[in-house]
Design a binder for this molecule. Structure first.
Ligand code: F6P
Length: 366
């Protein structure tokens, strides 16, 4: 495809839950587009919602200065707007309608030739529908969850792991002083990447992830074993999606107008009660929640985000649109968006990191 000559103007959006490093990508996309290719750049507000509601404005070079180190997204984000199934007024209520064509019109009306979608699996699934409509799209994989298929790592993950690790480092002393079991709940949705990495980094005694269903007895045995050895406190890190063997994930709430309505949460509180009842040991829960999504991006995430943003524009202008930029086997590359849309990347039960954690005595409660 000879896309290079045709593309004069691009638009960028950030979709789904925010994470540290989004601004670093927006900056890299915009500066590369302007500096290297003289493109016009538009910023779409609040993800696909802004495209649906025609809320977009030109991004100038100065608009993206001094944002490299700033968390969140200057464009705003939304995880409630899927153009293929968007709630529209219908009689006294609403019905879900496909508004993709109207979004394509908005792009064309503003002379926008291509779209850069920065987001996770939900954002890429919607990006794939624009690819099918003939709009050149580039995807950039974002999420603290690290669950985007096709890339070894997403930006935002390293910062979230650092935040969770620092929090657990602090919990060690208070757990030790009071001889308590601390159950720390981290995010990650249906994947256990944050729990696995922060669990190893913080020397947690038990790591619970969705990919390895746990047994309450095994968790209790692990903390009792430590207790008998004179180690009178334990740290358990639980991914929000961890579940008992044969049981279900703990759902905190459902968000009706979201493409993925389930919000996980509550496992730490549940485990604290169960562990106390079973062992008699005192236990407390700590839910890190959205703190993991906030703050300044780590140096690693700033570097990754800058590489991703630059690569997205390079590939687009080289005539290779419709790809998700990825970090694979130690270098930047790309995969077709339509190949990864709808898939997620989870932790392999027998991965080297799971084996390493077990080798140093960490229990997975299984
Ligand atoms: O996907 C990012 C994430 O933070 C998940 O880890 C978490 O399950 C979810 O988003 C929380 O969503 P919300 O911000 O809508 O509560």
């Amino acid at each position: 495809m000879a896309a290079t000559k045709k593309i004069r103007s691009i638009a960028v959006l950030t979709g789904g839950g925010d994470c540290p490093g989004l601004n670093a990508v927006i900056r890299a996309v915009t500066k590369t587009a302007i500096n290297r290719y003289g493109l016009e750049v538009w910023g779409i507000q609040d993800g696909y919602l802004g495209l649906i509601e025609k809320r977009l404005a030109k991004l100038r070079y100065d608009d993206v200065s001094n944002i490299l180190t700033v968390g969140g997204t200057i464009l705003g984000s939304s995880n409630k707007s899927n153009p293929s199934a968007f709630p529209v007024k219908h009689g006294k209520g609403t019905r879900l309608a496909d508004v993709t064509d109207s979004c394509v019109e908005t792009l064309k009306d503003n002379g926008i030739d291509a779209l850069v979608c920065i987001g996770g699996d939900g954002t890429m699934a919607s990006a794939a529908t624009f690819v099918k409509k003939g709009i050149p799209v580039m995807g950039v994989p974002k999420t603290i969850d690290n669950d985007v298929y096709g890339t070894d790592v997403t930006f935002g993950f390293d910062t979230a792991v650092t935040t969770a690790t620092e929090a657990i480092d602090k919990l060690h002393t208070t757990a030790s002083s009071h001889h308590r079991i601390m159950v720390v709940e981290v995010m990650g949705r249906y994947a256990g990447w944050i729990a696995l990495h922060a669990g190893i980094a913080s020397g947690s005694d038990v790591i619970l992830i969705p990919e390895i269903p746990y047994s309450l007895d095994k968790i209790c045995q692990a903390v009792e074993k430590r207790s008998k050895k004179g180690r009178r406190y334990s740290i358990i890190i639980a991914a929000e999606g961890a579940k008992p063997s044969g049981g279900k994930m703990t759902v905190a709430r459902t968000v009706k107008d979201s493409p993925d309505p389930i919000r996980l949460g509550g496992i730490a509180e549940m485990l604290v009660d169960q562990i106390h009842t079973t062992t008699g040991l005192e236990a407390r829960e700590v839910v890190l929640g959205h703190i993991q999504r906030g703050g300044t991006p780590s140096p690693y995430d700033r570097v990754l985000a800058t590489g991703f943003g630059n690569k997205a524009i390079e590939l687009l202008m080289a005539g290779t649109p419709n790809h998700l930029v990825v970090w694979k086997d130690g270098k930047l590359s790309s995969v077709l968006i339509t190949k990864i849309a709808g898939k997620i990347k989870t932790v392999k039960k027998n991965s080297d990191l799971v084996k390493a954690a077990k080798a140093v005595g960490t229990s997975f409660g299984a």
